[in-house]
Write a protein that binds this ligand. Structure first.
Ligand code: AMP
Length: 225
């Protein structure tokens, strides 16, 4: 495997419940990435209560995907060209048809993704984890009752807000989201694995959070071990 020299533009993939967002958050904090989280951009649009927010709210609540171009527009609004910061994408591209949109974004903003990272977790393990997820409705920080609990039970470490569960973390919606991931992400992962193997990395997500993080730092070239 060719070593990656500390990526500057990174995409993280993982099924719902893989721990992807918590992991991405920690990589971002420790290594100075600006987070680009499409799920969070969409939830911010919902919190704003504008026309776009109303449109996407019911889609998110159902567990289905938002139209590609809507996500692309939100990304374009969020990013300013030329991109001078390190970027970590969490949640995009999420369908095969978003791959060319990512390429368009790279051209327009003047950057190139230098690593695609998959956090591999079985559907069964993901399911068990999702039922224990808690989120901050104010800042979007995510916690896990067992693996990543807040310092004070039920309260966000960052802003003291009461933690809640995500609307799309109920059993029916969880099943839809897992199905959507399998259907749409398999072709995306196959694409990068086949066409950009030197930029594709996979870590075993079925370990403790710290172990997954250590393996991630290792495969990304952030640690010497
Ligand atoms: P996440 O926080 O990444 O789990 O995303 C939550 C929800 O936002 C998903 O279930 C989708 O409805 C929507 N979403 C996030 N990213 C995308 C994307 N790239 N394309 C379409 N829908 C998305």
């Amino acid at each position: 495997m060719i070593a990656i020299s500390s990526p500057k533009h990174l995409v993280v993939f993982g099924r719902p419940g893989s721990g992807k967002s918590s992991l991405a958050e920690r990589i971002g904090t420790d290594h100075g990435f600006r987070m680009v989280r499409t799920g969070e951009l969409l939830r911010t649009a919902i919190r704003k209560g504008d026309a776009l927010g109303a449109e996407v709210e019911s889609i998110l609540a159902s567990g289905n995907l938002v139209p590609d171009l809507m996500v692309f527009e939100l990304l374009e609004r969020d990013l300013k060209a030329p991109v001078n910061e390190k970027l970590l994408f969490d949640g995009f591209p999420r369908t095969f048809s978003q791959i060319p949109l990512m390429e368009r974004l790279e051209k327009r903003m003047g950057f190139r993704v230098d690593c695609f990272l998959e956090i591999a977790v079985s559907p069964e393990e993901a399911l068990a984890r999702m039922t224990a997820r808690r989120v901050c409705p104010h800042c979007g920080a995510t916690y896990h009752l067992k693996n990543k609990p807040p310092k004070v039970e039920g309260v966000c470490d960052h802003d003291g807000e009461r933690l809640t569960t995500r609307k799309d973390d109920n059993p029916e919606v969880i099943a839809v989201r897992q199905g959507v991931y399998d259907e749409h992400m398999s072709p995306v992962l196959n694409h990068y694995q086949t066409n950009a193997p030197e930029r594709f990395r996979r870590v075993n997500g079925e370990q403790s959070f710290d172990e997954v993080y250590a393996e991630t730092e290792h495969v990304l070239g952030f640690s010497k071990t």
